[in-house]
Design a protein around this ligand. Structure first.
Ligand code: RM4
Ligand code: MN
Ligand code: MN
Length: 407
């Protein structure tokens, strides 16, 4: 008879192991996922959206209170500390039951970066970009953050515009400087994206480029995989497996997409892909008996969905898909592979994906002291109504209209 937290087909010992692993799983939320965002054509406003960092931390606190698995918040330095970093923010986060997580420098929005930041042909501008990264490292120290998360908008729009190899050399030199300034025990993540805003090329364009940059920068530089940053058809789980094998996987920015870097909620389009990614992680952890030490992060922008709901929905989806990947019967898979039983091997994955992991998740949530259905509990809580009221008043007092147009 299957026990309470024990879906059909899983032994009690396997169920316990899965619950124990899920209890150690945490995922970071992005501060920007709580703010009003839109498309490049305009911003869409929600009354309950966060107005400032305090609101973002409150929303992150609510996400964590309902899910129990999102104790840290990633920040973008210039978005979250527009008036400069204030150490009081650490206390503010604590008051909301969360901590500051990865620190993301902004070297893409100032006018001086029109032709690039760390790849700009002007030495002065490159130095300015490095200076901002070094300032961000100081913030890391103050917030005791483990990860410096680097994304560069650098790229060109037209053939002939830039010298590919010189730009590569400039970027490498900048990353080396950043790595040299990293305090002990800290990790530098190098993200990549094959398009946008560079329409012809980006300087950090795929996992191979991030790998080469990270190797050159130093041993604590690793590759950050944003699931939405690949050309269509890319086998993301294969990239993940390779990076794990090379000890170069630094972490993830999870989101889903249909066409481009859409930043949709995880699993809204293709939950099976997320499952296949976690399957590679679970396989490695099964083989080594160790948790993979990487940064699990959400990188989403919620233009239409209410912000906190979107984040809770995402955190629960990631947790669910990880649970399913942990259900893969590794022995049965190895047996099928050894016999070249292609159908049987795939079925092992499919039956794990089809497993109802609800009982496992309920057991985990009970232990974490959060509602069995975090999303429904949050929707019924009245948090959004209250936030809309106070934030509407705050916007009015600050004279913020928030409106913006493309041109
Ligand atoms: C990019 C990327 C980075 C994000 C920047 C601003 O699309 O996903 O992670 O922080 O946007
Ligand atoms: Mn990202
Ligand atoms: Mn992105």
């Amino acid at each position: 008879m299957p026990g309470k937290s024990n879906p059909r087909g899983l032994s009690a010992a396997a169920a316990d192991r899965i619950v124990a692993r899920l209890l150690r799983f945490r995922i970071e939320v992005p501060s920007w996922g709580y703010a009003d965002t839109g498309t490049r054509f305009g911003k869409f406003l929600q009354d309950a959206a966060a107005v400032d960092l305090e609101d973002k931390l409150a929303d992150a606190g609510a996400t964590h209170a309902y899910t129990g698995i999102t104790p840290t918040v990633a920040v973008h330095v210039l978005w979250d500390f527009p008036g400069g970093y204030d150490p009081a923010v650490v206390r503010l986060a604590k008051r909301h039951g969360v901590r500051i997580g990865s620190i993301n420098p902004n070297v893409f929005q100032d006018q001086c970066y029109k032709y690039g930041s760390v790849t700009n042909r002007s030495e002065k501008i490159r130095a300015q970009a490095v200076g901002h990264i070094l300032d961000s490292i100081e913030i890391m120290r103050a917030t005791r953050s483990k990860y410096l998360s680097l994304w560069f908008a650098d790229g060109t729009n037209y053939p002939g515009q830039g010298d590919v190899r010189r730009r590569k050399a400039w970027a490498t030199a900048a990353l080396k400087k950043a790595h040299a300034a990293l305090p002990r025990g800290k990790v530098m993540l190098v993200e990549y994206k094959p398009f946008e805003p560079g329409a012809y090329f980006t300087d950090f364009f795929d996992w191979g480029s991030s790998y080469v940059y990270a190797k050159a920068a130093g041993p604590r530089a690793k590759v950050l995989v944003d699931t939405g940053h690949h050309p269509h058809g890319t086998n993301v789980e294969q990239i993940v497996a390779w990076l794990i094998d090379e000890k170069m996987l630094g972490g993830f920015h999870f989101n889903d997409r249909k066409y481009a870097d859409d930043d949709l909620t995880v699993g809204s389009i293709d939950p099976y892909q997320v499952f296949r990614i976690f399957n590679e992680i679970a396989a490695y952890e099964h083989e080594t008996g160790k948790d993979l030490d990487i940064a699990y992060m959400i990188d989403q922008s919620h233009n239409i969905k209410p912000k906190v709901q979107a984040m809770i929905q995402t955190a629960c989806t990631v947790q669910q898909l990880m649970a399913k990947a942990l259900c893969v019967d590794r022995k049965a898979l190895a047996r099928a592979q050894a016999k070249e039983d292609t159908v049987g091997a795939e079925q092992v994955l499919r039956s794990a994906f089809d497993t109802d992991v609800g009982p496992l998740l309920r057991a985990v949530r009970k232990k974490l002291g959060v509602p069995a259905d975090p999303l429904e509990a949050f929707r019924a809580s009245g948090y959004e109504r209250e936030a809309a009221k106070t934030r509407r008043a705050k916007r009015k007092a600050l004279g913020l209209t928030g409106a913006s147009t493309y041109a």
